[in-house]
Design a protein around this ligand. Structure first.
Ligand SMILES: C=C(OP(=O)(O)O)C(=O)O
Ligand SMILES: [Mg+2]
Length: 571
């Protein structure tokens, strides 16, 4: 038995067999073969098995994530049936007497290099597709396991160095009971996705991939951030009980599902959810969300092999608005960059991607991409209560430019006779310290603020949100963070605007009383945090919390703040 400590990333307890997600060793030797027909058959068999697998994966992705996420696998399937690619491989075996591995590798590499060199985005994507598919076929030829989270068909806990957001998107909740990784933090996007999938997760264990072997029994305690490898009978019983207790707790929370969020002294605050795809809306409604406070639209781009078209985006936005009825839906425009990459957008490697060419910076430069999204949003606006916000705004100028493009596209659509709502609020994410500092100036021009603490904390504390070695600096209750947050809320209210928060801090049980006292209007969090937060707020007095504001803001450390809040709220 071994116990590892990591960062608690998603609530719940998972107990299952380990499934290690590792890149397989695909090295091979080029060999001469005598029986070329047998070798061609070996290649064809590997292609056929790969095809079968991809069809299953595509169907799983379609069922759990929707059509747009499944499309990438259609592109992969096309590669496997393309005679222009397969025939030269077969010819190579027949004419040069080489083994299937060598023929596959040489022909695929030639096409990949050729497509990559083309000044055409579509062809460069084909290169990425061929690369992906070749690995799968090669693994079959070499008879090594190709880890496929989407193909798992027994209950497992996934063990990985890290999970990309698109790996996470492929996980099938029915079988993947939890996951644990070496790296990552509570606000890395794999952790955020784990919470929307409601899968227990512990990230940042540093060594779990070294400590666990396939088939070990692993307990993932997503509440306390512990991973227990091959637990004793006694420990197993303890964690099974913890699972049962957690389910009971959820039943108690569920009683507030259809209640408004009212503090003890009857102040209403809005508890809304963060989502990544239209499929997440079900979880929002099941967890009593009063709206969507952050729709991260980049997942629509990430699950695709090409930019989603205006119509595809329109369908996704309309679907969310339709499902939410008249409840507010805040959609954030494309926030790509940082740990969110697009395989088909060839951007230069950067030294500091989190400080680089991302989000609104990229959208203002590539206004073709941006305008397509804005048009799709505007067309969808008549189907519900849409609000639009721009990510990573650092200057007033960026906001003005983004808003001007939005208004331009609105006028264009109206000119084309398309219906567009006239009541769309336009706001910004406050996640860059410069914007938090001059929130007063911004408040005169925006309709609302949504404070993105995941980034605001990393930029204020100069501590990478993904790096567990500096996670001790990632301090939501640091007086510097609280001062910025308070500044933003006061600035909004001085201009009669509302202020929300969509960073993970909004669902944190120590932060909630502080934010309630500061006067935050809207709390946007993982859907599963909504009912615990509503339960907590019911027992808090807004007036009492407000009376502690000055004292909290004058404290010197996050620890002092935490101890103070705990003492006042019995935590
Ligand atoms: C909500 C935020 O955005 P994201 O986590 O997508 O960067 C944030 O930065 O707080
Ligand atoms: Mg952010």
């Amino acid at each position: 038995m071994t116990i590892l400590n990591g960062i608690a990333a998603s609530n719940g307890v998972a107990i299952a067999k380990a499934y290690t997600l590792e890149a397989p060793n695909l090295s091979f030797e080029t060999k001469k073969v005598d029986d070329v027909d047998k070798e061609v058959k070996r290649l064809d068999d590997a292609l056929a098995v790969s095809k079968k697998e991809l069809e299953i994966i595509k169907e799983n992705a379609r069922r759990s994530l929707g059509d747009e996420h499944a499309e990438i696998f259609s592109a992969h399937l096309l590669v496997l049936s393309d005679p222009e690619l397969i025939t030269p491989m077969e010819d190579k075996i027949k004419n040069e007497n080489v083994n299937a591995e060598a023929a596959l590798d040489e022909v695929a590499t030639m096409f990949i290099n050729m497509f990559k060199a083309m000044d055409n985005e579509y062809m460069r994507e084909r290169a990425a597709d061929i690369q992906d598919v070749t690995k799968r076929v090669m693994a079959h030829l070499l008879q090594v396991t190709f880890p496929d989270p989407a193909l798992i068909d027994e209950e497992v806990v996934i063990i990985a160095e890290d999970l990309t957001p698109s790996d996470t998107a492929q996980l099938n909740k029915q079988f993947v009971k939890g996951f644990t990784t070496n790296i990552g933090g509570r606000t890395s996007h794999s952790a955020i996705m784990a919470r929307s999938l409601e899968i227990p997760a512990v990230v940042g264990t540093k060594t779990v991939t070294e400590d666990v072997k396939d088939g070990d029994i692993v307990v993932v305690d997503g509440m306390d951030g512990e991973v227990i490898i091959n637990p004793t009978e006694e420990q197993l019983a303890t964690y099974k009980q913890k699972q049962v207790d957690f389910e009971k707790q959820k039943e108690i929370w569920a009683k507030l599902k259809n209640e408004p969020t009212l503090s003890k002294d009857n102040t209403h605050v809005e508890l809304v959810a963060n989502i990544g795809t239209p499929n997440d809306v079900e979880g929002v409604l099941n967890n009593g969300g009063e709206g969507v406070g952050l729709y991260r639209t980049e997942f629509l781009y990430m699950g695709n092999s090409d930019f989603p078209t205006e119509d595809e985006q329109f369908e996704a936005y309309k679907s969310v608005l339709d499902q939410m009825g008249d409840k507010p839906v805040v959609v954030r425009t494309l926030d790509i960059g940082g740990d969110k990459e697009l395989s088909y957008l060839d951007l230069p490697k950067e030294m500091n991607p989190f400080l680089g060419f991302r989000a609104i910076r990229l959208c203002l430069e590539r206004d073709d991409i941006f305008r397509t999204q804005l048009r799709a949003l505007l067309r969808a606006s008549v189907y519900g209560n849409l609000k639009i916000m721009f990510p990573m705004i650092a200057t007033l100028d960026e906001f003005r430019q983004a808003k001007a493009l939005l208004l331009e596209e609105k006028a264009n659509l109206k000119g084309e006779g398309v219906d567009v709502s006239d009541d769309i609020e336009i706001g910004i994410m406050v996640e860059i310290p410069s914007t938090a500092v001059i929130a007063r100036q911004f408040a005169k021009e925006v309709d609302f603020f949504s404070i993105g603490t995941n980034d605001l904390i990393q930029y204020t504390m100069a501590a990478d949100r993904m790096n567990e070695q500096v996670s001790y600096l990632y301090q939501p209750y640091h007086p510097a963070i609280l001062t910025l947050v308070n500044n933003v809320i006061e600035a909004a209210h001085a201009e009669g605007k509302w202020a929300g928060m969509c960073g993970e801090m909004a669902g944190d049980s120590i932060a909630i009383p502080i934010l309630l006292g500061f006067g935050l209007d809207e709390f946007s969090m993982s859907a599963t945090s909504i009912l615990p937060a509503r339960t907590q707020i019911k027992d808090l007095s807004r007036e009492e919390m407000a009376s502690y504001k000055d004292e909290i803001l004058s404290m010197g450390t996050a620890d002092e703040v935490e101890a103070f809040v705990r003492s006042k709220t019995n935590q």
